[in-house]
Write a protein that binds this ligand. Structure first.
Ligand code: IPM
Ligand code: MN
Length: 353
């Protein structure tokens, strides 16, 4: 099987970590006997400053023909906030209907969580964040801007179609994992959207996934439990904005943004899904050769799982686990390793695994 992969290094440390991911991918192809055809796209802040466009429609349509997009990071200090977020990242999510954001929260052995005494056995869950609706839909507006009468509205759009498909993906994932699904919302205050989510959750679970245990937690309490009882969770499903916020908390719990992977999925496979480390472009360390490529490699694992290359994905997971264990105790993680060292070591470890 040969997959068409669009690589988008982007800005800052993005290209550096994607390069390491591609080295690991080269080795996995030899080991597992699949192939990729990779095409590199120049997108991001630098490109925006040069052309005035974050993502033109021609490029968008070209990307549509790929099986997956492997993204490093976008953002440079001289591009105003929102330009690349709305103009590129969200544009891709919406255009390709990447309606699931998959965010694992897994504490690997050898990684120190900021939660004292937390062990890997107690922290291994996945957040399914609805990725196309809620306030991210962009509904709202401003009246009398810049005056003392200014009115700003920002509406949360929730459709049965959007809610049902996110819940369905989460139930199916829970079925393949430990069989426990937790809905996170704020049904006690957001009564309209909360009711839609809750009713759909109950009805779908009862009708089609009776063997999955259902639980519900308010989003504020979920923050508490992420920290105090992460073992409570197997699969968590939530709406877009809550999902954005709690997944950064999840990243902290599992040892930091350097280990956080994000998959923006179109499970229908009509358009490419996109895989990106959560850490961003880190312009302060760009070019220094010290960026940690582990999150980018974890994204590679997510991409391989999504493409159906399970054996290669399992190699990535075991190799990352072994690497993190090897460098355990070095604080902060990764000190003493260059970006390329980590990539090279992972190339070796995927073969052992
Ligand atoms: C994420 C990011 C994005 C989001 C930003 C960069 C638009 O925080 O993927 O979690 O808010 O979804
Ligand atoms: Mn976020």
């Amino acid at each position: 099987m040969t997959y068409r992969i669009a690589t988008v290094g982007g800005d800052g440390i993005g290209p550096e970590v994607v390069d390491e991911g591609c080295k690991v991918l080269d080795r996995l192809e030899e080991l597992e006997g699949f192939g990729t055809e990779r095409v590199d796209f120049d997108l991001g802040g630098r490109r925006y400053l040069a052309t005035g466009e974050a993502l033109d429609d021609g490029t968008l349509e070209e990307l549509r023909g790929f099986d997956a997009i492997y993204l490093g990071a976008v953002g440079t200090p001289d591009v105003p906030p929102g330009v690349l977020e709305r103009g590129m990242l969200l544009k891709l999510r919406f255009a390709f209907d990447q309606y699931v954001n998959l965010r694992p929260v897994k504490l690997y052995p050898g990684v120190t969580s900021p939660i004292a005494g937390l062990t890997p056995e107690r922290c291994d869950f996945v957040v399914i964040r609805e990725n196309t609706e809620s306030v991210y839909a962009g509904a709202g507006g401003a009246l009398y801007p810049g005056t003392s009468s200014e009115v700003a509205t920002q509406e949360s759009v929730n459709t049965y179609h959007g809610v049902e498909r996110a819940l369905r993906y989460a139930f199916e994932l829970a079925e393949r994992r430990d069989g426990r699904l937790t809905l996170v919302h704020k049904t006690n205050v957001l009564t309209y959207a909360g009711s839609l989510w809750m009713r759909t959750f109950e009805a779908l679970g009862e009708a089609e996934f009776p063997e999955v245990t259902r639980d519900y937690v308010h989003v504020d309490a979920a923050c508490l439990y992420f920290v105090t009882q992460p073992e409570r969770f197997d699969v968590v499903v939530t709406e877009n904005l809550f999902g954005d916020i709690i997944t950064d908390l999840g990243a902290a719990v599992q040892g930091g943004l350097g280990l956080a992977a994000s998959g923006n999925l179109d499970p229908s496979r009509r358009a490419p899904s996109m895989f990106e480390p959560v850490h961003g472009s880190a312009p302060d360390i760009a070019g220094s050769g010290t960026a940690d490529p582990v999150a980018a490699v974890l994204c590679l694992g997510q991409m391989l799982t999504f493409l159906g290359e399970e054996a290669a994905a399992a190699r990535v997971d075991r190799a990352v686990g072994a690497l993190l264990d090897e460098r355990a105790g070095r604080v902060p993680d990764g000190v003493g390793y260059s970006t390329a060292d980590v990539g090279d070591r992972l190339v070796e470890l995927v073969a052992d695994a």
